[in-house]
Design a protein around this ligand. Structure first.
Ligand code: SF4
Ligand code: SF4
Ligand code: SF4
Length: 154
């Protein structure tokens, strides 16, 4: 992922405020925070001279289209279904203490945040993820236990 300064360099840098932000730098920061999208900058989106940069920025944010409410992305091409993240996820353990919480098969997969289906991890019930919502905490149980970096938060 890029940073706000790199994004800023690709913006029109006119501080026209059409995006609702006070400056292009503020817009870049909002992009990084996923509060706004590249389409929210009308000049960038509409003016031919910015076409190349618009496509470049949109490309940078493309992976996050698949992101969940928490910013979680699963790289399905990397995941090989080992289940480490399923067992390491605190809400999974709390919600299924005798299943994945005890190192066994899930007793109730519907209550889990991370499950493995057809050999690939699947995220669901994101409201239960510790990163969800205003009071999110930077839990990283799933990230650090994945041997192949198949889980990312953007
Ligand atoms: S609309 Fe685009 S050019 Fe105008 S301030 Fe926002 S980011 Fe900058
Ligand atoms: S961030 Fe924490 S709570 Fe959320 S899915 Fe990963 S391990 Fe589970
Ligand atoms: S995301 Fe990583 S830890 Fe989770 S099942 Fe896939 S390979 Fe294993």
């Amino acid at each position: 992922m890029t940073n706000a300064m790199e994004l800023y360099q690709m913006l029109p840098k006119t501080n026209c405020k059409k995006c609702g932000k006070t400056s292009c730098m503020a817009f870049a920061v909002a992009l990084m925070a996923h509060e706004l999208t590249p389409e929210d900058c009308p000049p960038l989106k509409e003016e031919p001279k910015y076409k190349e940069n618009y496509e470049k920025i949109s490309g940078l944010f493309k992976p996050s289209e698949g992101a969940t409410e928490t910013g979680l992305i699963v790289h399905e091409d990397l995941c090989f279904g080992c289940g480490n993240c399923v067992v390491a996820c605190p809400p999974n353990v709390a919600n299924d203490p005798y299943g994945v919480g005890s190192g066994n098969a899930p007793t109730n997969p519907n209550k889990l945040v991370l499950t493995v289906e057809d050999g690939v991890v699947k995220a669901q019930n994101l409201g239960e993820c510790r990163r969800f919502g205003k009071n999110k905490i930077l839990c990283n149980g799933c990230i650090v236990t994945c041997p192949v970096e198949a889980i990312e938060f953007v």
